[in-house]
Design a binder for this molecule. Structure first.
Ligand code: 0O2
Length: 202
């Protein structure tokens, strides 16, 4: 039996619908402003194995309630932007969607994690036509959105890969280097933002 129970089959559809809505936001923005709102958009339903592992780690029972209520990233999206400003524009536009309700925000861009991780995390509740784990139909589901620049995304992928390599000989040195690179990339993001502003001003 899936940890997502009877709700497993709804999750890919909710992901697709949410992706489609965000694509529409991006297209409308580009039409109006003549530039891309984001560079790319991706999403995934967390695999049952990863969700099971996460629940076990948190000592939660292996139930749909744990997977869909206690954890709120069964459905996850990532919006990767060219510029830092675009991230905040995206957030404003997401907040204007009547069927998206933002319930939690973490700004790891303003307050980077000590290891150098930068990203903006949103947890939102989306209204869906499906029954939810509380028995409501139409039901509400949590969706996690991570918003980052290309530089932040590149760094996070590399760091994520390192976390899963357990045979690294000098992890302290690598963590220190990664932190240094994260700060350099953050500085480049600010410079790129400034250059775009200068070009805009003519
Ligand atoms: P995966 O495999 O990417 O899904 P949660 O852990 O979700 O219950 P918490 O602690 O509030 O809640 O999470 P937070 O801080 O919002 O981070 C959630 C996700 O952000 C992680 O999901 C990662 O995807 C990403 N993330 C957070 N910190 C780091 C980091 O230091 N490095 C990298 N590369 N990614 C990070 P999962 O479930 O941990 O992993």
């Amino acid at each position: 039996m899936s940890i997502y129970g009877n709700y497993a089959s709804y999750l890919p559809q909710i992901l697709e619908d949410t992706l489609a809505q965000i694509r529409e936001i991006g297209q409308a923005y580009q039409k109006q402003n003549g530039q891309k709102l984001y560079e790319h958009l991706e999403g995934r339903v967390k695999s049952e194995a990863s969700m099971t592992q996460k629940c076990q780690k948190k000592n939660l029972p292996l139930t749909p309630e744990s997977a869909l209520l206690e954890n709120r990233d069964a459905i996850g999206l990532r919006i990767v932007c060219n510029f830092i400003d675009d991230i905040y524009t995206c957030i404003d536009l997401l907040k204007q969607q009547p069927n998206f309700k933002i319930v939690k925000e973490k700004d790891y861009i303003t307050d980077a994690k000590p290891n150098g991780y930068r990203s903006y995390h949103l947890i939102m509740v989306v209204e869906t036509p499906f029954e939810d784990v509380r028995g409501n139909k139409p039901g509400k589901y949590y969706v996690e959105i991570q918003l980052r620049t290309i530089a932040m995304d590149t760094w996070a992928s590399l760091e994520h890969e390192m976390k899963y390599k357990h045979d690294i000989k000098n992890p302290e040195r690598i963590s220190k280097e990664l932190k240094r690179v994260a700060d350099e990339l953050a500085s480049c993001d600010v410079s790129l933002q400034t250059i775009r502003q200068l070009i805009k001003e003519g």
